[in-house]
Design a binder for this molecule. Structure first.
Ligand code: LLP
Length: 420
């Protein structure tokens, strides 16, 4: 459930009519609802109440905006980070360093050192050499890094190939059959405190069975490691729960997910760690856009909006669906293609979609744009970097400014050798 609703035929974000934000900030603009973020954080936590010990680390990559992170920090969420930049954001938003989990297949030595200096709570090691380096850096600093080993359970998560991460040909985690040996060797290193295992098999998951199968495999490995005398006191189950981009395609609920986790992990006696991203922020954001033209097409019209693939990359990258709704629908419907102004045919949000009738100048939204939306934006075609707004009841604030081409050009230089 979210707080983007029609009142008297006009779409509101909480108590704010969309048109008010368009007038004040312009379009395109991402709009987040604080109440929705809080609700999703609480629903997710409530779904896990049957589990003895948990830690929730929001996957910052889904939405790293500082205001969003602050809302989640206030809900007691830590952070799952994959870069030094994300660490800076988590800390700036007030998330305690000890609640941060550092994931990612390409952490540099500099990033590892800075994370140790900051006191990051857990490192999810993706390959043996990384673990060796982390141990050496930590030992040289007189520290011990708390770490878990990310394993690749070789399970097909049944999602889009570009967001599938747990099959053996994927770059993530160590191969399942080598994990025991790698764990034992790393556990013997002085700078490392190896405490458990991690996995993450993919994103936008609609089927709990592959997750359950992967969790069970990791649970067995944990038992084997304990049998060899290792301390296993935490298992990081990753993220991945899907959201309903299309109204009639409903993913498992957080409660369904929580029940599955409780069943599969019964008796594990560990702290279970979670890295949800999309399920927390996806439906807490929309992308507000204005129709520039309705261009007659040969087969059907093109609705050309002022948002483009540089603002919301998901349709171009993953053929993703985002519902498109007029701010003040007349009730009439039409079938159209929806595209942005960027000079690529890939800058198309939808083909042959039945939508509200819109005309030049009308406002509309792409729904479920709070996850992997603004954070994947670029300035391609020298467009401005899209701004972000957060709504709280009848108030709203710009939480990321529109970065204009002038500002971006100011960071570029024409070298002297081109001046003569
Ligand atoms: N943990 C790890 C280690 C991850 O790699 C990811 C996402 C998550 C947690 C969070 O997954 P979530 O709960 O959000 O599914 N840009 C793509 C999604 C990429 C996901 C990458 N990893 C998209 O727009 O669909």
């Amino acid at each position: 459930m979210d707080h983007f609703t029609y009142r008297d035929g006009v779409l509101h974000a909480e108590d704010v009519p969309m048109a008010r934000i368009a007038e004040a900030v312009g379009t395109p603009v991402y709009i987040y609802s604080r109440a929705t973020l809080e609700r999703h954080a609480r629903v997710f936590r409530a779904a896990l109440t049957d589990l003895p010990r948990i830690h929730i680390a929001f996957a910052i990559k889904a939405n790293p905006n500082l205001a969003v992170l602050r809302v989640l920090a206030r809900e007691g969420f830590g952070a799952d980070i994959v870069s030094g930049g994300e660490m800076k954001r988590a800390l700036a938003a007030g998330m305690p360093a000890g609640d941060i989990v550092f994931s990612g297949v390409g952490k540099t030595r500099t990033e590892l050192r800075e994370a140790l200096e900051a006191g990051v709570g857990q490192f999810n090691i993706e390959l043996e050499e990384e673990g060796v380096a982390l141990g050496e850096i930590a030992a040289a600093m007189g520290k011990q890094a708390t770490a878990v080993l990310r394993v690749n359970p070789d399970v097909d998560a049944g999602t889009h190939a570009k967001i599938s991460t747990g099959m053996k040909e994927n770059k993530f985690g160590v191969p399942f059959d080598r994990a025991g040996g790698i764990f034992a060797r790393l556990a013997a290193r002085p700078g490392l405190a190896m405490r458990g295992l991690a996995l993450h098999i993919g994103s936008q998951l609609f089927d709990l069975d592959p997750l359950a199968a992967a969790y069970a495999k990791v649970g067995e490995l944990a038992q084997d490691l304990r049998g060899e005398g290792h301390v296993i006191d935490r298992i990081d189950l990753g993220g991945g729960l899907g959201v309903p981009y299309e109204r009639d395609k409903v993913p498992p609920s957080p409660a369904d997910y929580g029940a599955m986790v409780a069943r599969v992990t019964k008796g594990w006696d560990v702290t279970l760690m979670f890295e949800p991203g999309r399920v927390i922020v996806g439906n807490a954001g929309v992308l507000l856009t204005r129709v520039i033209w309705v261009k007659p097409g040969v087969i059907r019209p093109y609705v050309i909006v002022d948002a483009a693939m540089n603002d919301l990359a998901r349709p171009a990258m993953y053929d993703a669906w985002h519902d498109f709704e007029a701010i003040a629908p007349s009730g009439e419907r039409m079938v159209a293609n929806i595209a942005g102004p960027v000079c690529e045919s890939g800058d198309t949000f939808a083909m042959a979609r039945e939508i509200d009738v819109v005309r030049s100048g009308d406002l509309a939204v792409f729904r479920t744009a709070g996850a992997y939306g603004a954070t994947m934006a670029s300035t391609y075609n020298s467009r401005a970097l899209v701004p972000e707004v957060m709504v709280d009841g009848d108030k709203f604030a710009v939480v990321a400014e529109r970065i204009l081409p002038e500002t971006i050009i100011a960071a570029e230089r024409v070298p002297d050798f081109l001046n003569n």
